[in-house]
Design a protein. Structure first.
Length: 422
DNA sequence: TCTGGGGTCCTAGGACCC
DNA sequence: TCTGGGGTCCTAGGACCC
């Protein structure tokens, strides 16, 4: 059996930990640039706000109902997420951290020692006690069914936070009650397609024959079908290393001049290289993209992207940034109102198995890596951007993102630690 | 005025080879 | 001028996830 532990309205829940007066109040957390609502409490949902709504479209609701709004602070949420995973790992041997607010636990063998639902309720209580974050737990023979279970646990207080789907009867009942779009792996397109074929519920899908599913859906659809029927199909191995690393941002305002774009691309490339070194990896390609504001039909639209390849895979910030800037300069078109740039690293491999190049353009690699290590150490000790590139420090700073309602880094920065007045 | 960011995997079709 | 069969690799775009 698998258990899925899902934090309820996670980003909002973290903010509420540090703002206790907000209990029972409508709360929203915004995307970067304070652009969209990305997380909201049930109270905010009840007011008609939806995940993904642009902030300016729900401004009236927010003001009329005194909705508390926060800019997203991923550092804070990631720190809290690590604490929750730590508690899980102390309680269960096999924990797979799936996303910032979800983890799977493999419960094989535990059924001989415990009542599984009670066991997981105990862990949920521990998480609530140590972190103040409420969680919902689903338990089932497959991950897809465990996810479905966690939705029932979240929506109906009667389950006391834990819903176990462990009999055929419970499985059929659960799958008949949920909408198709609540099933993990079924997105908008697949839902529309299934509706067209006269398959209205997850149960109807599960009851189709294997041959029907194989001919009407593709590989992933077949996998979901197996999981809905209690056959585990989604593999449990942890993803160790990324295949690609991306840093990109929209700008708070439109940007026209090359110097500002260069500052943004340099900053993103530098950040990508940091993430790369943090996982002891090197990349063989770097892609740069830029685009205008696609929502403005009164402005000339332009988008472009280019990729450069490194013969010797690298994690050298200077090499990666220089290459990214060369591509940006080639693609830059004057007179365009730019809205977004980004940098993607690809063809990532472990840094301990790099094939050397006889004609390497960077002859002093060991010294350069020592330099990178020194930069990382300084930025780790004195905070990000203590050491950065001159090209990043463009005076106009018009490419910087908006983050007006951001909470302090309570958990990761000693200077921003919570103050309690007695 | 204001519309996020970061990922993974699959597949069809093109380009190329013999 | 017409033309088969079998294969690989790459890539853009689609679909999904959080």
């Amino acid at each position: 059996m698998y258990a899925l532990i899902d934090c309820n309205s996670f980003f909002c829940a973290v903010e509420k930990v540090f703002h206790p007066g907000l209990s029972g109040k409508p709360v929203c957390v915004l995307s970067s640039n304070d652009g969209c609502v990305v997380a909201l409490t049930p109270e905010a949902k009840a007011l008609g706000i939806r995940r993904g709504d642009p902030v300016f479209k729900v401004k009236d609701i927010v003001e009329r109902n005194d909705v508390r709004v926060f800019s997203g602070n991923m550092r804070l949420y990631a720190a809290m997420s690590r604490r929750i995973v730590q508690i899980l790992r102390k309680s269960v041997a096999h924990v797979e951290n799936y996303s910032i607010d979800e983890s799977f636990c493999c419960l094989d063998g535990y059924e001989r020692l415990y009542d599984l639902a009670e066991f997981m309720r105990g862990i949920a209580r521990k998480i609530a006690l140590y972190t103040d974050i409420p969680v919902s737990v689903g338990i089932a023979p497959t991950k897809t069914l465990a996810k479905a279970g966690s939705l029932f646990a979240k929506r109906h207080a009667g389950y006391q936070g834990v819903c176990m789907i462990d009999t055929e009867e419970k499985r059929r009942k659960a799958l008949s009650m949920l909408p198709l779009s609540d099933i993990w792996g079924v997105g908008r397109r697949t839902r529309e397609k299934l509706n067209l074929y006269g398959v209205p519920t997850p149960l109807a899908l599960a009851d189709k024959s294997a041959s029907w599913v194989k001919s009407h859906l593709q590989k992933n659809g077949y996998c979901t079908w197996l999981e809905l029927n209690g056959v585990p199909c989604i593999d449990t191995s942890e993803v160790v290393r990324n295949q690609s690393i991306c840093t990109s941002h929209s700008f708070a305002r439109n940007v026209e001049d090359l110097a500002s774009l260069k500052a943004s691309v340099a900053s993103f490339a530098f950040s990508c290289a940091n993430k790369l070194r943090a996982q002891q990896a090197v990349a063989s390609s770097v892609t740069v993209f830029l685009c205008s504001n696609r929502f403005r039909d009164d402005q000339e639209q332009y988008e472009n992207a280019d990729t450069a390849f490194f013969i010797t895979p690298t994690s050298d910030s200077l090499e990666i940034t220089a290459s990214a800037l060369r591509m940006l300069e080639r693609m830059y078109k004057p007179g365009i109102q730019y809205k977004k740039t980004g940098v993607v690293l690809g063809r990532i491999s472990p840094s301990d198995s790099v094939q050397q190049d006889l004609f390497d353009s960077i002859p002093n690699r060991p010294q350069r890596m020592a330099l990178m290590k020194a930069i990382d150490a300084l930025n780790c000790r004195y905070g990000p951007k203590t050491v950065s590139l001159v090209v990043e420090d463009n005076q106009k700073r018009d490419w910087h993102v908006k983050s007006e309602f951001r909470s302090p880094d309570y958990l990761t920065n000693i200077n921003e630690i919570l103050t309690v007045k007695i």
